[in-house]
Ligand binder design. Structure first.
Ligand code: X8Z
Ligand code: ZN
Length: 580
């Protein structure tokens, strides 16, 4: 006799069981991951790997079991939950227990290796971690020093190379068992559209913003030539990656003082203000919380303040790379970051709190809907809020006496572009690289060469010294070592301006977008919350529409925001080469 066709009632009962089981397994894994990330040892790494393995195996098993409902006509909510069950993993473990154990051990180990990464300069008795090195990259203007720090940090990753190749093979095996071509296809399947369409969507958005990036690149190159000379920075070629104020040349705001417009400098520096007032890490986070409560969101729970990690402990290894947690998928919100008192960290705090307020807004959804509309939305919320950190807002906080005159707007916009526009090609290329690696188009013996081909093509940067396949430069970036997809940050960079534009309108701001702050505006807060509380219960275009009235991700808002700067850059670059 053929097996009996399953019923809708069975599907519903199955989903209920799935939600209870995954909640339990993932809370356990979160706890183990938290301990591991805030106290890296061989033991915490092994325990976290084990808990991750159990949670992932459970989901893989349940996703496979759910295929028996594939041909059943289901109500929309059930159909969506079963679909999410199949696509929401970022790492799929193979059914073979040895392989699944090896895979989760490797991933836990690579993140740990990154977290412990240090460079010990010859002749010095102090070893430098990524926080020390990031400060150096931001502040030093001595090319040899910058080069040494860059090369020093990039030594942490060659040992990861064999592990990384093995992780690619095992993760692909898991993805294939779930019916995906490879792990890249699994990652691209999370956007309520066919995976190939998503790749085209990324290209479309990049084409929308590329002209602005080219203008910024050309302008910065010229100013760096004036500072470092024609030999260091070529007139028509890519910019050496160590001269842009950041280890990965992913954002360039730390070279603002080298490229500032002489007549339009806004005349204040948030880092100096915060340091001058002896602001501490906790106070920085309080400022961030204050923005969200001004919109009508409830304050963070007491446990947030008790359990979060704000400063780097002196006595143990931790993963300093900032992250936001929702350990029990309800109210146990935390951030983990090693805060420095700078304007850059001030923005990152808002970024992380955006995750926490999103997590809490959707916590009344059923378990499988407790995530953002798509992962770009999660990354965009805190940044959207941070776009409202205008001079007028700083005046309201009492951090600034008087807002600069509008004639200084070009300086403010340039500073902002060095953060947001410079990031776009970087945000795009990380997963361009990983998609090719997962598909096999880039084999291990071409890892580094293909990485630099993409860095050159999209960002227009080159390594400060010759590289080879002895190196593994992608592994010196957290998200590659830790298996965190990256297309989300590219999307967020575009989406946050779309969100900001809609919220500024809701708040009745009629000024140019860059001068709008939604601080204290309850109507903007209500609109934002309406989107956040949906979680991922509906396809992302529905969530986007709830906030913006639009159903497409679109770079018009980011171009509009920077329009005055773009005209100014074109004038500065007139008659000079653009591109590389
Ligand atoms: O990783 C992050 C956040 C944590 S989700 C701090 N970001 C990316 C990065 O640092 O590379 C934020 C912007 C891009
Ligand atoms: Zn984030």
């Amino acid at each position: 006799m053929p097996p009996k066709a399953p019923t809708v009632a069975e599907a519903r009962a199955f989903v209920e069981k799935v939600e209870a089981r995954l909640l339990e397994a993932n809370v356990e894994a979160s706890r183990a991951d938290w301990v591991k990330s805030t106290y890296i040892t061989d033991d915490t790494e092994a325990l976290a790997a084990k808990a991750d393995e159990r949670a992932i195996n459970a989901q893989v098993e349940l996703a496979k079991a759910s295929t028996r409902f594939d041909r059943l006509k289901l109500p929309a909510d059930l159909a969506r939950k079963l679909k999410l069950l199949k696509i929401s993993l970022t790492l799929a473990t193979p059914a073979d227990p040895k392989a699944s154990e090896e895979l989760t051990r490797i991933v836990s180990g690579m993140e740990g290796a990154y977290g412990k990464g240090k460079w010990c300069p010859p002749g010095s008795d102090k070893c430098l971690d990524i926080e020390d090195l990031s400060r150096l990259m931001a502040e030093s203007r001595v090319p040899n020093q910058l080069r040494d720090a860059w090369v020093g940090w990039h030594r942490i990753s060659p040992p990861m190379r064999p592990d990384f190749a093995r992780y690619v093979a095992l993760a692909n095996q898991g993805a294939r068992e779930l019916g995906f071509a490879d792990t890249g296809a699994l990652w691209r399947s999370k956007y309520d559209m066919p995976p190939d369409d998503f790749a085209r969507e990324m290209d479309r958005l990049w084409e929308q913003v590329r002209p602005l990036y080219l203008q910024l690149h050309a302008y910065v190159r010229n100013r760096l030539r004036e500072k470092y000379g024609d030999d260091a920075v070529p007139a028509t070629g890519p910019i050496p990656a160590h001269l842009l104020g950041n280890m990965w040349a992913q954002t360039w705001e730390n070279v603002y003082s080298l490229v500032a417009p002489p007549n339009a400098d806004p005349g204040y520096d948030l880092t100096e203000i915060l340091k001058g007032r002896k602001t501490d890490a906790q106070q920085m986070v309080r400022y961030g919380e204050g923005f969200f409560t001004s919109l009508g969101f409830a304050s963070l729970p007491e446990t947030f303040w008790q359990r979060s990690l704000f400063t780097k402990p002196r006595d143990r290894e931790v993963v300093c790379h900032a992250s936001a947690w929702d350990v029990d998928f309800a109210d146990d919100l935390r951030v983990k970051m090693c805060i420095d008192i700078t304007g850059e960290y001030f923005a990152t705090i808002h970024h992380e709190l955006g995750h926490n307020f999103y997590q809490r807004a959707y916590n009344r959804q059923p378990y499988l809907f407790r995530d953002s509309a798509n992962d770009g939305f999660h990354e965009a919320i805190g940044d959207t809020i941070a776009l409202s950190i205008t001079p007028e807002y700083l005046v309201k906080l009492g951090l600034l006496d008087k807002a600069p005159d509008p004639s200084k707007d070009i300086g403010l916009l340039l500073n902002q572009a060095l953060d947001k526009i410079s990031f776009l090609p970087f945000g795009l290329l990380i997963d361009q690289w990983r998609w090719k690696v997962f598909s096999g188009e880039v084999p291990p013996e071409k890892y580094n060469e293909s990485w630099w081909a993409l860095r050159r093509k999209y960002q227009g940067v080159t390594p400060p010294v010759a590289r080879s396949e002895e190196d593994f430069d992608p592994g010196a970036k957290y998200h590659v070592a830790a298996n965190v997809p990256y297309a989300r940050y590219f999307l967020a960079d575009i989406l946050q301006f779309q969100f900001h534009c809609a919220l500024a309108q809701a708040a009745g701001c009629t000024e140019p977008l860059h001068r709008c702050s939604i601080y204290g505006n309850k109507e903007a807060g209500r609109r934002l919350n309406a989107m956040l509380e949906m979680g991922q219960s509906r396809p992302w275009p529905d969530a986007l529409e709830a906030l913006t009235g639009e159903r497409q991700m679109d770079a018009t808002a980011i171009r509009d925001y920077f329009a005055p700067l773009e005209r100014w850059l074109e004038e500065q670059n007139r008659g000079k080469p653009v591109g590389w």
